[in-house]
Design a protein around this ligand. Sequence first.
Ligand SMILES: Cc1cc2nc3c(=O)[nH]c(=O)nc-3n(C[C@H](O)[C@H](O)[C@H](O)COP(=O)(O)OP(=O)(O)OC[C@H]3O[C@@H](n4cnc5c(N)ncnc54)[C@H](O)[C@@H]3O)c2cc1C
Length: 365
Amino acid sequence: MNDGIAAEVTELVGDQADHWDRTGLIPVELLRKMSADGRLCAMVAQEHGGLGLSSAANGEFTAHVGSLCSSLRSVMTSQGMAAWAIQRLGDAEQRARLLAPLVNGELAAVGFSEAEAGSDVSAMSTVIRPDGDDVVIDGSKVWITAAHYADHLVIFGRWGEGGAAVVVPADAPGVTVERIPDPLGCRAAGHANIRLESVRVPAGQMLGGVSMPLSLLVTVVLAYGRMSVGWGCVGILRGCLSEAGAHARSRSQFGKPLGEHQLVGRHLAELLVSEQIATRACEHASRRWDDGEPDVVTATVLAKHVSAVQAAKGAASAVQVLASAGADNSHPVARAYRDAKLMEIIEGSNELCQVLLAEHVLSHS
Ligand SMILES: Cc1cc2nc3c(=O)[nH]c(=O)nc-3n(C[C@H](O)[C@H](O)[C@H](O)COP(=O)(O)OP(=O)(O)OC[C@H]3O[C@@H](n4cnc5c(N)ncnc54)[C@H](O)[C@@H]3O)c2cc1C
């Protein structure tokens, strides 16, 4: 990771993560600055104005942001996923035209999920259809991270028997974005529901893939999201480790520091184990990604699943070590506890990851 970039983001976030969590908003100028500096989707190639980071370097940077503020990390994940969709599904002209705004101050979100299509994306009912030189989109999306801030929405839907993804300006006629007012965690990540009513955009906004099965299109794009969430969970664990370690050193009960009570020490040891397990799984997946290995898909699902489970467990341990100090909702470990739980739901819930990993076992043994 580039230490200079990390230090600048530390300074940008300062001590504001709790305030953002309470108000449910990150200042949009800060997000636009991070976009303009190429940091929200740092793997975009230099030829398109991006930083061109490897998956491993982007991962360490994502973990750093995740240790500071999971809401900001969530916005990064969405922007990175939108950029990845354009990169993987778009043609050369679209890559040049559509990636540039994402590293120049504009913001994006990605919509797969619908009220009746959560884990089962094949149940999507949003329809994208051709109409002359345009495409027309009808449908709705739920729980779309960063949609409240976004200038561009990458919307997935049915295209005849297959699937398609289309880049829609968030202010296009027929688009309605309604913020979710009170999420459990990542409260400033700009989650919103989206309605698309006869939304018309030029056909050039459609990211190829016309004959691809919808589930394959989604899988390609989710790979980035899973890697990013996995690394974000590493960040949650690092933040918890540092808070729990500092508290166990500085607070005494029964005449000695908490950390010297062996049962408290066990929580610290388990937290370290969680952080190391998650880090190693993410490092492995990012290496497979950077080396272009075909098993990257499974490695990424595994890394996301392991990291999410460890983050939820580790954040709970950190709250236990801090006890009443961590029971104050403004404490970083309280925020981590709420944020980490959501990591077990998004980008493939624990159960869906287990289904995918079981399928891998069955097809490889
Ligand atoms: C904070 C947050 C951010 C999100 N951001 C985005 C976003 O940016 N873009 C987007 O498109 N979506 C987003 N989502 C939606 C997210 O992808 C879905 O919530 C997720 O896919 C689960 O769908 P669901 O909530 O409808 O749960 P359901 O699909 O109804 O599942 C309910 C429970 O049943 C389990 N389950 C379902 N099917 C099976 C099965 N076959 N076997 C075993 N268990 C099963 C699930 O694991 C879960 O525990 C976000 C959600 C949240 C909470």
